[in-house]
Design a binder for this molecule. Structure first.
Ligand SMILES: [Zn+2]
Length: 91
C-alpha cells in the first residue's frame, strides 16, 4: 500500500504550473503590459460589469486589468458596475 500522501508531488507540480502561467498574463487593455490584479466580466443579460479579484484562469468574455485600468474602467451607458475589489492608493 502506498502512503496516502503519495500523490503530493504531482499536486505540487500542477500548482507550480498554475502559478507560472499566471505570471505570464498581462492587462487586457491594448498597449498595456502591466500585471493584472482584477478580472472584469461583462454580464450582457443583466447589463452589468462585474469587477472581481483576478480569476485563476482566463475565461472568454472576461478581461484582466492592471491597477491603473481597474480604477479607470467604465461601463457602457446604462450599465451597472459591481466592484468586488478596491484598488488602494498604494498604486
Ligand atoms: Zn492596464
Amino acid at each position: 500500500m502506498p502512503p496516502a500522501y503519495g500523490a503530493a508531488p504531482g499536486v505540487w507540480a500542477v500548482l507550480r504550473l498554475t502559478l507560472t502561467g499566471m505570471n505570464t498574463r498581462t492587462c487586457s487593455r491594448a498597449t498595456c503590459e502591466s500585471e493584472p490584479v482584477s478580472t472584469l466580466t461583462y454580464v450582457y443579460a443583466d447589463s452589468m460589469a462585474v469587477l472581481g479579484p483576478l480569476s485563476l484562469e482566463h475565461e472568454p468574455g472576461s478581461y484582466d486589468l492592471c491597477p491603473r485600468h481597474t480604477q479607470s474602467m467604465s461601463a457602457p451607458r446604462g450599465w451597472q458596475v459591481v466592484r468586488y475589489v478596491s484598488v488602494g492608493s498604494e498604486y
